[in-house]
Design a protein around this ligand. Structure first.
Ligand code: 5CA
Ligand code: ZN
Length: 420
């Protein structure tokens, strides 16, 4: 599948110097860890797999916050001079998508195609850097089936009435990502697409690897039979097919810690014989009207709806960046109002003829982002520079620097993805 296009950037907007390797919070070790590798001072690179959308409804602000969050990491790595291998999947066949298609009477392929293209428009408008590889489940059926076959050969898969299940008891380090208690795991598994009560399973937490064909459902002929993949194994297979294990960052929203990323980690370590990922990084949940924004609940604010009502996409992006990527927060219109005012203030300051020097600003913004992608801190630093500019404009004195607006354009563009 083709990803969305790279946001345009101008040659004059290249930042001087380089950032350092960022440190991000790893859910598994509960510590801030430096991610990406510089070997002997020369660049190696960084690899990242971020779980993509299930395309049955438009991009809401929660999705956007997650992808903008990981975009900061991508940008920090690039600023440090790293080659970034970024992979994202699309869950273009799964239960929720098929259920929605049945409910509305629309062919599931058509629903997926439409929502994927809307997602691409939203990501483009928000200036999110595209992944190098963008891979759907439908186009990955053979590699997913091959991974299911490997798990079966490894003795960690078993049959329940023709379907294949992954045995969590046979995964030595099951629990390494979430460290959740068994009762919590059971509750989350039931809540997030699992089937703890299905008769015939060895452990209630065992997850579906392969679903044999059911009447009226899409199915493909593969080495593990005719059917379609379960959810978790799709990401394990797509990630391992595209990136060398251990991948530097396995990412997504915190609703994916358990069971999704736990299952990926368990399956990945069984087939590779080592850790699936070096770090597991999770963004916080965006809420609206008192609850997590979710397609199943319907309390959504769509990026596309905001755009078509005339909101500047850069104000949407700034509204998201005003919250640290790991925090849970509730969206209100005040977020957009504040972001619009901030955007105006930054634009005013960068259009001043006698803007103040921004040399220290670059170091500060880099330092904030290197520290677990502290975007609120980075935004505050630019606010302070813009406020200084407003004061200077007022007094018509101070250390004006004609190169400052260009540098601030470049800082906002390269590091924060904000086009001023
Ligand atoms: N296709 C799977 C991942 S393989 C999936 O979770 N799709 S999704 O469409 O439900 O979510 C896409 C991404 O947005 C995931 O990383 C998810 O964790 C994140 N996400 C979903 N809801 C929110 C929310 N309210 N706030 C922040 N991030 C969210
Ligand atoms: Zn995933």
């Amino acid at each position: 599948m083709q990803p969305w296009p790279e946001p345009p950037s101008r040659e004059s907007r290249v930042l001087p110097g380089r950032g350092r390797l960022p440190r991000v919070w790893d859910t598994s070790t509960q510590a801030k860890i430096e991610v990406g590798s510089l070997i002997g001072g020369s660049v190696a690179g960084a690899s990242m797999y971020v779980c993509g959308i299930t395309p049955y409804d438009a991009t809401h602000l929660g999705h956007a916050a997650t992808y903008v969050g990981f975009d900061l990491l991508n940008r920090a790595w690039r600023d440090a001079g790293l080659e970034v291998s970024y992979v994202q999947n699309v869950t273009d066949v799964d239960d929720p998508l098929l259920e929605r298609a049945i409910a509305t009477g629309e062919p599931w392929e058509q629903l997926a195609t439409r929502e994927i293209s809307l997602f691409h428009e939203d990501m483009t408008a928000l200036r999110v850097l595209p992944p190098a590889r963008y891979i759907g489940v439908v186009e990955s059926i053979p590699i997913i089936a091959a991974l299911v076959a490997r798990l079966r050969e490894a003795g960690v898969a078993y049959d329940v009435d023709g379907d294949l299940y992954f045995s969590v008891q046979s995964a030595p380090d099951f629990g390494v990502v979430s460290h959740d208690h068994h009762a919590t795991m059971l509750a989350l598994f039931a809540e997030r697409g699992g089937d703890p009560d299905r008769p015939g399973k060895k452990d209630p937490l065992d997850c579906l690897l392969w679903r044999a064909e059911r009447p009226g459902e899409p199915a493909w002929d593969t080495e593990v039979g005719r059917g379609r993949p379960g959810w978790h194994v799709e990401c394990t297979a797509i990630a391992l097919d595209s990136l060398a294990a251990p991948i530097d960052v396995q990412g997504g929203g915190s609703d994916l810690v358990f069971p999704h990323h736990e299952m990926c980690a368990a399956q990945g370590s069984i087939v590779t014989g080592g850790p699936f990922a070096r770090t597991y990084v999770h963004s916080g949940m965006v809420a609206f009207d008192g609850a997590k924004m979710s397609k199943s609940r319907g309390n959504l604010v769509f990026v596309s709806a905001l755009r078509s009502s005339g909101v500047d996409p850069m104000a949407i992006r700034l509204a998201l960046l005003a919250h640290h990527y790991r925090s849970d927060w509730e969206y209100t219109e005040a977020d957009l109002v504040a972001a619009g005012a901030r955007l105006d203030a930054w634009r005013d300051a960068t259009s001043l003829a006698n803007a103040p020097s921004a040399d220290r600003l670059l170091a500060t913004v880099r330092e904030r982002l290197e520290d677990d992608l502290d975007s609120p801190g980075a935004l505050a630093a630019i606010d302070a520079w813009a406020a200084m500019g407003a004061a200077v404009a007022h007094d018509a004195v101070g250390d004006a620097d004609p190169t400052a607006p260009g540098l601030v354009f470049a800082i906002a563009d390269s590091l924060l993805g904000i086009a001023l």
